[in-house]
Design a protein around this ligand. Structure first.
Ligand SMILES: [Zn+2]
Ligand SMILES: [Zn+2]
Length: 261
């Protein structure tokens, strides 16, 4: 396990359609098929209606080319990002698909804490929009693997799934890029929400390690990886992950997240 290939499947093969239809029917039965934002009833395993989908705020220029922080108002000439000022990251850039918004955050929280795993399909589809950014072209052309930010084993046991892995899996279906479990979390870190950036960085030092699958991948294709996470807040977590990946031998690290927190 760990490596997931995305061999092309004939789009219109009858059995596949029937199978997908059956699965969607089962999902409709399992989860009340309604929009997770406005509650309108839906079909075919969707969890977001078209109107709410269109309405969710996308990241749009101008935004920080390092961390994806969006800037308000008119910008003339160079500007300093309040988040990245005097900082350098181990990743080249982070590209969130959405800006901070309570609706998007609610979708992410429901996936993470209420185990509404069907929402990964919508969140992965939204994250796919980040790949329209021309800076991600080398990853698409080179079939770089997507590496989800790992959860600690104990947290995984509690939650039963890793939301970043689920989002990456859906992204894999859209982009054709493989999903690689290249990282593992070596220790559980306390919740970071109340820590300053400096404390976050300290707290995370040495919290990740490369996996055997990760090492094997580097031997044949060390060009780069795309780290995947649900939310980017200060960037401390993905930065620590990027450091670990680079030390192990990956040359370039890009970051894609669903939302800028
Ligand atoms: Zn809706
Ligand atoms: Zn920034």
């Amino acid at each position: 396990m760990g490596v997931m290939s995305n061999a092309p499947v004939p789009e219109h093969s009858g059995w596949r359609k029937a199978f997908v239809g059956l699965l969607e029917g089962m999902l409709d039965g399992l989860y009340p098929p309604s929009c997770a934002v406005c509650g309108v009833s839906l079909k075919h395993g969707r969890a977001l209606c078209d109107a709410c989908d269109r309405d969710l705020p996308r990241l749009a220029a101008p935004f920080c080319q390092c961390c994806g922080e969006m800037f308000q108002g008119k910008i003339d000439g160079p500007f300093a990002c309040p988040n990245c000022h005097e900082l350098s990251y181990a990743f080249e850039f982070a590209r969130p698909a959405m800006v901070r918004d309570e609706r998007t955050l609610e979708l992410i929280h429901r996936l993470k804490y209420n185990r509404q795993i069907h929402l990964a399909r919508e969140l992965g589809r939204l994250a796919r929009e980040s790949f329209a950014d021309p800076r991600l072209a080398p990853a698409l052309e080179g079939s770089w693997p997507m590496v989800p930010v790992p959860l600690h084993r104990r947290r995984l046991q509690h939650r039963h799934f890793n939301q970043a892995w689920e989002i990456a899996r859906v992204l894999g279906g859209h982009t054709g890029l493989p999903v690689l479990t290249a990282l593992r979390r070596t220790r559980q870190t306390d919740t970071q929400t109340r820590l300053t950036r400096k404390q976050r960085m300290e707290n995370l030092r040495g919290a990740f390690a490369i996996t055997r699958q990760g090492r094997r991948w580097i031997e044949s294709s060390p060009d780069g990886v795309v780290l995947i996470d649900d939310v980017l807040t200060t960037g401390s977590t993905v930065n620590e992950c990027a450091k670990t990946l680079q030390r192990a031998g990956f040359r370039r690290v890009f970051v894609v997240t669903v939302m800028r927190g």
